[in-house]
Design a protein around this ligand. Structure first.
Ligand code: HEM
Length: 326
């Protein structure tokens, strides 16, 4: 495409490949570039953009207010260190000019010139990194993180640093099985989608890297939609249902999660990364094909799926905006 588009659109993982949306075990290999109408996404596991510094600062604010967003059951310490070191090496590989992990043995130094961080630490010593291994990891990447342990024929979400959850709670889900966590999701159990996904994940060999997309709508550029702060974000959803068109276009955002699934080599845990992208309907409308497709998907979305996503009150309002500008 020849005209310039804003960065947020150029790397936005627009999630719809048709005018209707249904759940599926939509998992594909990671690191495969996807060309879109506005640019491309997907070349790496991690993606830093113009919102990097602001988003890690926002994560720090959320954690300060509510430390329960960061969880680590004691047996997950080795996996948490594995996740930290694997992702710091990934950052270094993607940004060799600005990021570097050096040192010898367990004594390491992390340097991140984008954020102005230089930190010496001892691998395995939680007190040597701010917030412990997952706290420190969350301060260097835009993604939320969940770590799953595999035992007794199941995956267990036993650690995580999740400050930008879309209407769920890391504190509540810690220690739960993969299938229990997905208990509230409609359709996926009857259709066998989740048991299939769990079996797939449990068979992943060390180093395997996959990804999937998930989406919903939100109101305003707000990342933290955790259950814990429901009263802070839910009223805007009610308000927007009857708001004038200009407000709908400015405030309703398509919220897309690019999720990566990585089998860590040293610990054998599954690392689940959730990178949340937000674009307003107004921004999205700069790509007319996206505006139209989103409008059609929202208009057709079955009621049980819209209910589960918390969109019942305002998805038709958003669909109308996309399809007729009203
Ligand atoms: C191939 C793997 C996976 C598939 C196919 C899958 C599928 C889904 C689907 C369809 C939803 C509903 C999303 C929506 O409509 O907004 C969902 C929600 C969710 N998923 Fe997954 N998921 C996968 C991996 C994971 C992993 C590894 C975790 C880590 C614990 C996870 C945690 C969640 C949570 C916390 C929710 C929200 C549940 C709630 O409403 O409380 N998912 N997932």
């Amino acid at each position: 495409m020849t005209r310039t588009v804003p960065d947020r659109l150029a790397t936005f993982p627009f999630p719809f490949r048709a005018d209707t949306f249904r759940y599926s075990t939509n998992v594909e290999a990671a690191r495969v570039v996807v060309a879109t109408e506005a640019g491309e996404w997907g070349s790496g596991i991690l993606h830093l953009d113009g919102d990097y510094a602001a988003e890690v600062a926002e994560r720090a604010r959320v954690l300060e207010r509510d430390p329960t967003r960061l969880q680590m059951l004691p047996h997950m310490r080795p996996a948490s260190w594995d996740a930290l070191l694997t992702m710091l090496r990934e950052l270094e590989a993607q940004h060799p000019e600005q990021m570097r992990l050096t040192g010898s043995g367990r004594e390491l130094v992390w340097r991140n010139d984008v954020l102005g961080v230089e930190h010496r630490f001892t691998e395995g010593d939680d007190d040597s990194v701010p917030g412990g291994p997952l706290g420190f990891l969350g301060s260097q990447i835009q993604d939320d993180v969940v770590l799953l342990d595999q035992r007794e024929g199941s995956l267990w979400a036993d650690a995580g640093n999740v400050t930008f959850a879309a209407d769920w709670s890391m504190g509540f889900d810690t220690g739960m099985r993969f299938l229990e966590i997905h208990g509230p999701v409609p359709r996926v159990h009857e259709e066998g989608i989740l048991p299939r996904a769990e079996r797939f994940l449990m068979r992943l060999p060390p180093g395997a890297e996959y990804r999937r997309l998930n989406w919903t709508l939100g109101v305003d550029r707000r990342l933290d939609h955790a259950t814990e702060v429901y009263p802070e974000w839910a009223p805007a959803r009610r308000h927007i249902a009857t708001a004038p068109a200009a407000e709908v276009g400015r405030r309703v955002h398509l919220r897309v999660e690019l999720q990566h699934l990585v089998r860590l080599g040293a610990s054998g845990a599954i690392l689940f990364l959730i990178r949340t992208y937000l674009v307003s309907l107004e921004e999205l409308a700069q790509v007319p094909a996206w505006r139209e497709r989103l409008g059609r998907v929202l208009a057709e979305l079955p009621a049980d799926m819209a209910d589960y996503k918390g969109l019942s009150r305002f998805r038709h309002r958003a669909a109308d905006w996309c399809l007729s500008g009203t």
